[in-house]
Design a protein around this ligand. Structure first.
Ligand SMILES: *Cc1c(COP(=O)(O)O)cnc(C)c1O
Length: 315
């Protein structure tokens, strides 16, 4: 968040940011509650339709803010297409690359001006909070460096050490995260108790061709909808043994979360429906454990969740 707020210092009073749907909750709150106090506003856009971005740009627009893939619905945005629009209007294109990590996706190569790299995957062990910014523009670099130094939100030496140490195995972990998540996504897709599996590289996923054009692999996160709504979602999550309940992502250990009652709990009901963050939605951040153990855990938890439906009537 320190890295993200450093970027906001590029904006001046009366300017606006075009903000894609479903951004990280912290970013959303910073942009919607703090920035307006400085006269900076946001325009919400459906960035899956780049034309809508182009049509929403005003004379006061200064920046386009994307996150791809998004969390928890894994929506993939076409960075190259949006970069063309951004450049044509002289805007700064920012891409939050936290879910993909620099191993799976290089937004600068696709035309982004600034990339936010969360340390969730870079460090990879679920034990530090940090972030980095990457840019190929010398003037932006100098400004951001100045803000880092003068505003002073910098990580501790120990957090830097853990991040650098973790980064040495980034490529190995991302390969394994992606391999495990792909197998789980395909398994869930075949299961009739589950519907709508969201995973960037799943061939039936609406954004899979865009994902394949800009990502090396699908990454470690996926979401799906379980039949039977909240009650079955709750039973499924409670029955998992290897997947720990948690809202974070990117760790070597698998996590499961229920967005409607956790990360997106404070949203009003109709807003949840509009964003498709409903009670049946489950998100998984798949770790690097043995895939057989993970699939067995998921199968067992699905069986447990649906037990009542298949139970033989008592004599
Ligand atoms: C976690 C996260 C952040 C912010 O990370 P902090 O650890 O809160 O600084 C930003 N963007 C995305 C997409 C994230 O998942």
């Amino acid at each position: 968040m320190a890295a993200i707020s450093a970027i906001t210092s590029l904006l001046k009073k009366d300017e606006n940011i075009l903000l894609c749907n479903e951004v990280y909750g912290g970013t959303y709150k910073l942009f919607k509650t703090l920035l307006p106090r400085y006269g900076i506003s946001t325009i919400d856009v459906d960035a899956t339709r780049p034309k809508e971005i182009a049509e929403s740009i005003t004379g006061a627009s200064r920046m386009i803010w994307l996150e791809t893939p998004t969390n928890p619905l894994m929506t993939v945005l076409d960075i190259t297409a949006i970069a063309k629009i951004s450049r044509a209007h002289g805007l700064i294109l920012v891409v939050d690359n936290t879910l993909a990590s620099p191993y799976l996706q290089r937004p600068v190569a696709s035309g982004a001006d600034i990339v936010v790299e969360g340390t969730k995957y870079l460090a990879g062990h679920g034990d530090i909070i940090g972030g980095a910014l990457a840019t190929s523009d010398e003037a932006l670099y100098r400004h951001l460096k100045f803000v880092q130094n003068k505003a002073g939100a910098v990580p501790s030496p120990f957090d830097c050490y853990l991040t650098l140490r973790g980064a040495r195995t980034l490529h190995l972990r991302m390969e394994r995260h992606s391999q495990n998540a792909t197998e789980i996504a395909e398994m869930l897709e075949r299961d009739s108790r589950v519907n709508e599996v969201n995973y960037p590289f799943l061939s039936t996923f609406a954004y899979s061709s865009t994902a394949r054009s800009q990502m090396r692999l699908g990454g470690g996160n996926l979401s799906f909808r379980i039949n039977g709504g909240f009650e079955n979602a709750r039973r499924f999550i409670k029955s998992l043994k290897l997947f720990e309940l948690g809202v974070s992502l990117g760790s070597v250990s698998s996590l499961v979360s229920h967005p409607a009652s956790m990360t997106h709990r404070s949203l009003p009901g109709d807003e949840k429906t509009k964003l498709k963050i409903t009670d049946d939605l489950i998100r998984m951040s798949v770790g690097i454990e043995n895939i057989g153990d993970l699939t067995e855990d998921i199968r067992g938890a699905l069986d447990a969740a649906f037990e009542i439906d298949v139970a033989v009537p008592q004599q």
